[in-house]
Structures are given as C-alpha cells and as structure tokens.
Write a new protein. Structure first.
Length: 300
C-alpha cells in the first residue's frame, strides 16, 4: 500500500471516528501506523500473490544443449519390408532399399545384417552434398553393434560412393587390405587434399570396436580437423585439409556394403540402431549429449 493511500484510509477512518465522537488526535495515531514506502515494495497482498510472476527454479543454471537435427536420419524402426526410411523430415528425403530382405532381420528399433547385403539410396542425396560443400563440414553418427570385432579390410557401415575406390565419405570397421585385421573404426573423407577414395583414412585404433552397442561419431570440421569419437571419447584426431568442392554430386548412399563391388569382402555385419548425417561438425559437447540421449531419442 502506498503512503498516499494509507493517509487516505486514515482520513476516512477519522471521519468515521468523528461521526462516532472520536478525537482528531486519533488521526496522528492512525497515520503513524500507515505502512511506509518500503513496505509497499516488499509485501504482496495474499489475494494477488498468485498473479505475481514467481522465480523459475529452472533458471538457476544454463539450459541443457539441444540435440542437433540431422540432415538425414535412419531409425530402423520400420519393423518389416525392404525399405529404410529417412525420418529427418528435412529437404528431399533419402530413403534406402534393402537388396535382399532374407539377409537381414528386423528387430525392435534396429536392423540386423546377417549376411552380405547392399542397402542403398534410391537417389543421390544432392541436397546434403551441397550443404556439406557449402559448410566444409561433415558428421556421421551411428549406433551400431558389430557382429565381430577383428576384421580384415574396410567393412562399410556408411558410404557415399560409386565404387570401391571412388567416394565422398565412408565410416567403416577394420583397416586397409594390406594391413593386419584390426578391431577399429575408420573414417575416409574426400577433400581437395586427399585422393578420390578419401585416403589417407583416420583409424580409431586397436581395441575400440567391440560387440557391444556402440556410439560412433566421425567429424570433419571446416578447418580440416577430423575426429573419431567412440562412446563419447575422442579416440583419434588428425587433419584432412582442403575443401569439399570435389565431392561428386551423383553418388548414392549405402549401408552395409560397397556399391559396385564384385565380391562381399567389404560387407559389414551387425546391428544398425541409428544412422544420422549432418552438414555441420558436431562439437564434443554435442557428441556427449547425443550419447546420453541414446539411439531411440527424440531429435526433432
């Protein structure tokens, strides 16, 4: 209550007292009991307390970082059929087709590749390639459960390619054909400073591929830095300089095997729980957030 209003109330009471035979000195007593200006600021009348904005306890700290929306997203929740749908909801959707469904098994929110089979897009993801060329960045995220740990050669988990030796990028398991078998993940990304196969590749190192469900993220930033994360930990880093201007626009996207391969030596076996592609470089904090959210998270 303001001081002016308090005095007005006191005056009104004075008139009542006067009418009832009271004395003028009562005004001074009433006025001295009127709330001061500080009381008006600090006290909220009970009948209006619910209308006053209360502090938000959630504002005590910064909001958790949002999950990054992918340009292409496969959740493997179809449950049946020969198609894997792009559920990103952005741009031209890039759906995939399974060449032989007898070689896969649909699980709850996952697809298990039991024997060599090619799962490829029905058209090139040109919008995605354009976005990557413009940003100079790429991130490949995969929740996978490999069927085996140690493999010889590079087994294709995700690849954008025309043949075993021409591609825009690849996330795989293993190593090079000329090297001993290894339990590792690898990244190949084609730039103006690499060859058309994305070599030299970046390896996560011995012992990083297991038969458990794993979160694998490969990142190429605009400054040329490349990083492989396994279960949130940056296990390998390097540099692939140049730009992505030499990416071929008509390459199809494939999972599980190599496009144009005459044999099955590059086929990857295991469970696919999520594959997401981004035309930005995910930060370590974003990778950690995606790991914590899990493979069945809500991204959009």
């Amino acid at each position: 209550m303001s001081r002016a209003r308090a005095r007005l109330v006191a005056l009104q009471l004075l008139l009542v007292l006067a009418a009832a035979g009271g004395c003028v000195d009562d005004l001074a007593i009433l006025a001295s009991r009127a709330p001061g200006p500080d009381a008006a600021r600090d006290v909220v009348p009970p009948d209006v307390a619910s209308d006053v904005a209360q502090p938000d306890s959630s504002a005590d700290g910064p909001a958790p970082p949002e999950l990054v929306a992918p340009a292409i997203l496969y959740r493997f929740d179809e449950g049946a059929g020969d198609r894997v749908l792009d559920s990103s909801g952005s741009g031209t959707l890039v759906h995939l087709r399974i060449a032989d469904t007898a070689k896969v098994t649909w699980l709850s929110d996952a697809l298990r590749i039991d024997s060599a089979v090619l799962i490829r897009s029905e058209q090139p993801p040109r919008d995605f390639y354009d976005a990557c060329r413009a940003s100079g960045e790429l991130s490949i995220e995969a929740w996978v459960r490999p069927a085996q740990t140690v493999v010889a050669g590079t087994h294709r988990i995700v690849s954008a390619s025309a043949s075993p030796s021409v591609r825009n990028f690849l996330l795989g398991q293993g190593g090079l054909n000329a090297q001993p078998a290894i339990d590792a993940f690898v990244l190949r990304v084609r730039t103006s400073s690499t060859d058309n196969n994305g070599l030299p590749m970046l390896s996560s190192g011995v012992g990083t591929a297991t038969t458990s469900l794993q979160h694998v993220v490969a990142v190429r930033a605009a400054d040329g830095s490349v990083t492989l994360f396994v279960d949130g930990k940056a296990v390998a880093q390097g540099t692939r300089g140049g730009d992505l201007a030499n990416w071929a626009p008509d390459l199809l996207l494939a999972l599980g095997d190599e496009i144009g391969s005459s044999d099955t030596t590059r086929a990857w076996l295991g469970e696919l729980h999520l594959v997401a592609l981004y035309a930005v470089a995910l930060t370590p904090q974003q990778v950690a957030r995606h790991l914590a959210a899990g493979p069945t998270r809500s991204i959009q």
